[in-house]
Design a protein around this ligand. Sequence first.
Ligand code: 4AD
Ligand code: MG
Length: 500
Amino acid sequence: MAQEADIADLKQCAGSEVVISGWLAGRRSGGKIVFLLVRDGTGVCQCIVEPGDAVAFGCAETLSLESSVRVTGTVRADKRAPGGAEIAVSDIRVIHAADGDYPISRKAHGVDFLMAHRHLWLRSGTQTAILKIRHTLIRACRSFLDELGFTLVDTPILTPGAGEDAQSLFPVDYFGKKVFLAQTGQLYLESACMALRRVYCFGPTFRAEKSKTRRHLAEFWMIEPEVAFAELDDVIQLAEDMVRSVVSEVLKLHEHDLAHLGRDIASLTKVRKPFARISYSDAVDLLRSEELGGRLAQEMEQDRVRLEEQIAALKQLEARLAKTGNSREHDHIADNILSARETIAELEKDLASRPDHIQSARNFQWGNDLGGSDETIISGHFETPVFVTHYPREAKAFYMKILPEDRRLVCNMDLLAPEGYGEIIGGSQREEDAAVLLERIGESGLDPADYSWYLDLRRYGSVAHGGFGLGIERILSWICGLKHVRESIAFPRFAGRMDM
Ligand code: 4AD
Ligand code: MG
């Protein structure tokens, strides 16, 4: 009897007869042989069907893409095969013959089309690689904190008021009362850390961000540790250790998946070095400096050259397409043309916005929050992730502790990832003085009555404490080298889109 096997385990089954269950992901014929690519969620396997068995062969030749199948055959170790093994097929059972018009072909599709077919797009090798890395990342974040003795405390999704900024709240009707989807679990965690000392929450958070950027989702997952008897430096150290630990874990387990995504991992390996630190005020000086202006102008020139090279390459592809008579080659070139056009459109858009970004960096006003383009420019100055600390109080949330030596500033940090990925962590030491906190609540236009329980934490045994939030989709986008955060979650929610 043939053994049921996962494709991931086939290498250990060389010589034996197995049955795999999966979906038909591709087919090609070479001479008289048909090669089927079957994926089963654990891997992809090449299945070789020879004309000897007429039933299996007929099936292999005609079966439509994404049909579900059970394939029986003998495993052969082969270094060249994906996964290191292939199957010489003796039998194919069709579980369900897919309709012949599977919407996602091997041709390049635009992202809009793919997003509208997200339920099927998830089956692609790229998307499964991202989902697997996401799983490891989340497990690594949780293990890191678990091993340090943190207790997971689940915080509510339905909340009476703002945890971050009042502009990005999603209202919900709660038995006739207007409440909001949680923007953060932090305020509740502050309460829990006074009971359990080291706590964290992990869950979905919601921000009605209307801006359509590569970095913003309306629903995203955040892991938030909170620690009692901790100051800003302790929070920074925890964040650095955590990022280092989770990136190392992904690098250790997903070399193959990262290669599949075409990720150049050079910047990821640099997390081994101590992370850079810069104060907000020094970052502002950097943005406005002549020296930086020079570097940015030079980078723009290099990108212009790259754009011209891409346009020349596109022209060559178009000329080849016009000449070819072979339909396979035609499809292949058409594919490359589509992706070359997408790259060019992106580069053009990027270049067009660059002068504005440079201008706004040069004119940056102390007191404002850093924008996405400012973050990109600052992080471009460092090879490791960089902590930007001590922002002006008016740019940040009400709960951040005022710096005693300079009351214009708060004890906070944002961690910016390299390569233009921007903020992946935001955190701070919390204001522990009830009177100052009350003043800050008023200053932010919030109703003190909504926060009376939160103020209690400052009345009964207040201690220095702090924590941070790590956005899973942001750090995953950086780790995987994704252009847009929308591919970092199975079913993304962002301004103007909810396909399913
Ligand atoms: O900086 P934020 O707003 O901080 C907080 O929510 C704090 N309460 C966290 C804390 O101290 N416990 O958000 C934290 C992180 C950001 O650094 C970013 O990684 C992610 O959450 N994030 C988003 N990710 C995707 N889409 C959005 N709209 C995001 N907004 C924040
Ligand atoms: Mg932030």
